[in-house]
Design a protein around this ligand. Sequence first.
Ligand code: T3D
Length: 257
Amino acid sequence: MFETISYDVHNHVAWIKMNRPDKLNAFTAAMNHEVAKAVKQATKDEEVRCLVITGEGRAFCSGQDLSSVDEGTDYGDVLRDNYGPMVRAIDACEKPIIAALNGVTAGAGLSLALACDFRLAKEDVKLIQAFIHVGLIPDAGNMYYLPKLIGHAKALELAVLGEKVSAAEAKELGLLTKVVSADEFDEEVNAFAARLAAMPTKAIGLIKRSLKAGWNEDFDTYLEREAQGQRIAGMTEDHREGVGAFMEKRKPQFTGK
Ligand code: T3D
């Protein structure tokens, strides 16, 4: 069904793995569209309660496949037609999304990671705003998300200087959720995904919605949205289960409903 990625669902987790290891999982238009399609599929699938996006081989993703662009390429169209749909699909997904950074993460590969909710990285991973080295600007939502994570000044510095950032530095900046040794990486990603997949999925979606709304709304509009969100959360089975479990002094069993 997919040619440039693999897609599997296990135990309520959808695994999306970019699969062009010879090119360090560089993006072609096909891969942009397949990632978007897989994210939409996982968004719709009621069994899925968490998504993990990762890469095959030694890279997460090295950004745009530079061998597939030429002088005639209109990059505005590439963004509108290929990258926009991919990051919009991620942005529209109300389930938690983990970027599991198994290796080097550069250019639009970093943009993809920034669009996700959590970023777990192997300790030897390097993150690179590679765009400037080929005379381009960060794209695919990159500069929308990055200053929100690490602040304007640092976002500008990384984008303009394009230096390799170590996982330790990225964690210090607030760009990564967790840095994990290579030996423990798969186990940690699995455990983190399982943890998220066992949480109140609808409340997580409402938290994501609330946080995003807060970027642009005035306080009164935001408070009304918050009230509507809490109303929805308050009607879920998971809310009843959480309260019941607390009262009965037992661990809650959330179902995502
Ligand atoms: O349409 C548009 O173009 C607009 C959108 C732009 C979005 C962008 O993402 S712009 C930024 C594009 N990405 C880059 O500029 C990064 C290019 N890659 C690198 O700088 C380095 O490969 C890395 C720092 C990521 C990793 O370095 P290293 O030394 O670990 O590996 P390597 O030897 O450079 O790469 C291994 C192979 O992958 C190599 O092929 P070969 O020689 O073994 O046949 C290399 O050419 C290939 N590769 C790596 N990245 C790309 C790539 N091939 C095509 N496109 C790539 N992005």
